[in-house]
Design a protein around this ligand. Structure first.
Ligand code: ATP
Ligand code: MG
Ligand code: MG
Ligand code: MG
Length: 484
């Protein structure tokens, strides 16, 4: 089943169940405090927390999402993309747990020739909050779901909340068992004892998260807060990973091999001459390329421009990582003009505006690749000399001032230096980098202040400005990657 068909069936199924079909919101939220739309519920937050009354009791959407906190997982797990589509159904004070469970069961296991996804019920597992007896009984007594494939978890491992006093709820997560060739059997009822075991998580794939938004929670740190009572308006908020279902239904090994992503891997193979499946590290690079090219396409389509901060920096980093991965695969020519159109051609089945907007989108992406190629051309030799020097002296770490010089003079963001160092088995003194960075900021600030009062030597000021060149503000691994 094609990914666009999974998308269409989702909307059709819930439309027939009286849900209002709501188009995907932009990846760029109107709320500047949210970097990107990270889940299907984001556009519905006011209805869920109760600050606005929902104009409909039931809604359905397939939401475009970006999760930068999954960037390190891309290509290494089977199931994490920086861009993905989250299909969701929502109830605002209308149906609750039983209704949500019934819909999910009907759609997942319903026959394909009757509009369902046709998953084998024997392969499904579900997690629940241990005190959610209502859902447990409904599954066992009404649906006939076997109790040994229901995993009961403490609140901390199964709850949803906003991180502050307000609505909270327990969740149910449908998992799909890909079979013994992907890992050992889970003992009855204990599936997610295993976060941290990637093999186990790759056998039992989380596909659909149901949130039963039921309680009012009080003050407390982390998950340690009292439940003060039930909400007046209970809500249902769910999210299914379209790409995850696609790779299961398409019989592929991971989400990068589905119809909407794999053609980019094929093109990258053709360009680089590397063969997918022949080498683990090359495979990761090929998947990273396909993932990041698609994310860049979708981000630029939604109006993001490459830049040195916030959203623009995330986009810049995605494009740069894709370009670098192609170089590590042995392909040094510009690669975006070959790869981006392939991604557009497969994604336009679901997002037709990609075609009409493609000349604008491609201009942005190609220009960014060119700019990055210039940066690389000027800095790579210096980096290699630095790394060579460190090694000659038997060192293991690139000095903070050197990393700073690469940044300051050649526009190498620290992320790039870290990645390149890692590839040659070195670390970087990040602490030293940061202090060199803040010293420079201090100097610039002092100079600017002096200039305001008219006591500065403007020649010195200009020299510092000139040195700073195209300096990239330090966002660091954490801040830029945990941007969600
Ligand atoms: P996981 O534990 O596998 O990282 P999650 O619990 O973080 O997933 P949710 O926040 O519950 O994911 O999102 C709802 C659904 O969206 C998930 O059940 C999954 O199918 C899908 N999903 C989440 N993150 C990604 C991603 N990075 N790429 C593809 N699909 C995703
Ligand atoms: Mg996750
Ligand atoms: Mg999870
Ligand atoms: Mg989840």
């Amino acid at each position: 089943m094609r990914t666009s068909e999974i998308h269409r069936r989702w909307l059709d199924f819930f439309a027939k169940k009286q849900h209002e079909v709501v188009p995907s919101a932009s990846l760029v939220s109107s709320d500047p405090s949210i970097l990107f739309t990270i889940a299907g519920m984001v556009p519905f937050i006011p209805y869920i927390v109760g600050t606005e009354k929902a104009p409909y009791a039931r809604a359905v959407s397939v939401q475009k999402c970006i999760r930068t906190n999954d960037i390190e997982n891309v290509g290494r797990t089977t199931r994490h993309g920086t861009f993905f589509q989250m299909a969701g159904n929502f109830s605002f004070g209308d149906y609750f747990k039983k209704g949500a469970i019934d819909f999910s069961w009907e759609l997942l296991t319903g026959a394909q020739d009757e509009g369902g996804y046709g998953l084998d019920p024997e392969r499904l597992w579900i997690t629940l909050w241990e005190e959610d007896q209502e859902s447990f009984d409904h599954l066992v007594e009404v649906i006939g779901f076997p109790a040994e494939r229901i995993v009961r978890l403490p609140w901390e491992e199964s709850c949803w909340d906003t991180g502050q006093p307000g609505p909270a709820g327990s969740t149910g997560e449908w998992h799909y068992d890909r079979g013994p060739e992907f890992g050992p059997d889970a003992p009855h009822g204990v599936l997610p004892e295993w976060p941290g075991s990637p093999e186990a998580e790759d056998r039992y794939i989380e596909i659909w998260n149901l949130v039963f938004d039921q309680f009012l929670r009080g003050e407390g740190k982390g998950k340690d807060y009292p439940l003060l009572g039930e909400l007046d308006q209970k809500s249902i908020d769910t999210g299914l990973g379209v790409e995850r279902l696609a790779y299961i239904l398409q019989g592929r090994n991971n989400m990068y091999e589905i119809d909407q992503v794999f053609p980019v891997i094929e093109k990258a193979q053709e360009l680089s001459g590397r063969v997918y499946g022949a080498d683990d590290e090359d495979d990761v690079r090929l998947r990273v390329v396909a993932d990041h090219v698609r994310s860049a396409l979708m981000l630029v389509a939604d109006g993001v421009k490459p830049g040195n901060e916030g959203r623009g920096y995330v986009l810049r980093r995605l494009i740069r990582r894709a370009v670098r991965s192609m170089r590590l695969l042995g392909y040094d020519d510009p690669s975006m003009p070959a790869l981006l159109p392939v991604s557009k051609d497969v994604m336009k089945e679901s997002y037709s505006q990609l075609e009409s907007d493609f000349s604008r989108i491609s201009d942005v992406v190609y220009a960014e690749e060119e700019a990055f190629r210039r940066t690389l051309a000027s800095g790579t030799t210096i980096f290699d000399q630095l790394a060579g020097g460190v090694r000659e002296q038997g060192g293991r770490s690139i000095a903070g001032e050197d990393a700073f010089r690469l940044h300051d003079t050649f526009g190498f963001p620290i992320d790039l230096t870290l990645e390149m160092a890692q590839e040659v088995g070195l670390s970087v003194d990040e602490e030293g980098f940061r202090s060199a960075m803040s010293e420079q900021r201090e100097r610039a600030r002092a100079d600017a202040a002096a200039k305001k009062t008219g006591h500065t030597d403007t020649a010195l000021y200009n020299r510092i400005l000139g040195q700073r060149g195209e300096a990239v503000p330090f966002l660091g691994y954490t801040e830029s990657s945990v941007a969600t």
